[in-house]
Design a protein around this ligand. Structure first.
Ligand SMILES: [Zn+2]
Ligand SMILES: [Zn+2]
Length: 223
């Protein structure tokens, strides 16, 4: 199964759990948070773990995911609802519920990984979960820049970047034939021709980088 399909499947699952498990008044908030993290498999694992076994069936929506600490690919996360907070350990494969935040922990030995002797040790360091930074959706932060030439959102790609979209045909500019057609050349050979290309490209209106151009983004034609 493709990664994008796998993620799509988890999103659908979480959506179902939310629809059945969360009380009506908080449904909208729950779905909005899911949208925000819908490309982040770690957050999706976390949401699935939470909503598929709502602790003590509070029927509450997650309002915030806090990043407490990170070690290699393992994240120690705080998950807050309107009234309560929970502690989770998560990777992009799996999320494990450790307990209610500030209370006794189900598997305290897991905390040794992050250098804590016990739960008390951790809660003393982070008494207030809201003081921790919010967990950022991974894909969105990396999509702020073109994965190939590192142009920021709204900036032009470096000439020749394979992610750049052709303003003449909407194809891949480094692959389509438009540059030859527009210049009336068979090959591009020297600096001057490249400069001329850049000039007519500007004139036509270069298409700046947007995250949607990312080749890693699933598209309808992606099989
Ligand atoms: Zn680029
Ligand atoms: Zn083209």
């Amino acid at each position: 199964m493709q990664l994008s399909e796998k993620i799509e499947k988890i999103v659908k699952e979480v959506e179902l759990f939310i629809q059945y498990g969360v009380q009506e008044s908080e449904l909208q908030d729950a779905l909005e948070l899911l949208q925000r993290y819908r490309d982040d498999d770690l957050a999706l694992q976390l949401m699935r773990a939470f909503y598929s076994s709502l602790p003590e069936t509070h029927e509450e929506a997650i309002v915030r995911i806090s990043l407490i600490q990170k070690k290699d690919d393992i994240f120690l996360l705080g998950l807050s609802t309107a009234r309560l907070s929970y502690l989770y350990l998560a990777t992009d494969q799996k999320a494990v519920f450790l307990g209610e935040y500030g209370k006794e922990i189900v598997e305290p030995e897991m905390l040794a990984l992050f250098g804590y002797a016990d739960a008390k040790d951790l809660f003393e360091k982070y008494p207030e979960l809201m003081a921790c930074e919010e967990y950022e959706p991974a894909r969105t932060s990396s999509a702020k820049f073109c994965p190939v030439c590192s142009a920021a959102v709204g900036e032009h790609h470096l000439l020749g970047c394979p992610v750049e979209v052709c303003p003449w045909c909407d194809g891949q500019f480094s692959r389509c034939g438009c540059r030859f057609e527009q210049l009336g050349l068979d090959v591009l050979e020297d600096e001057d021709e490249l400069e001329e290309l850049e000039r007519i490209l500007q004139e036509k209106g270069r298409i700046p980088y947007t995250p949607g151009q990312c080749p890693s983004y699933p598209s309808a034609t992606d099989e």
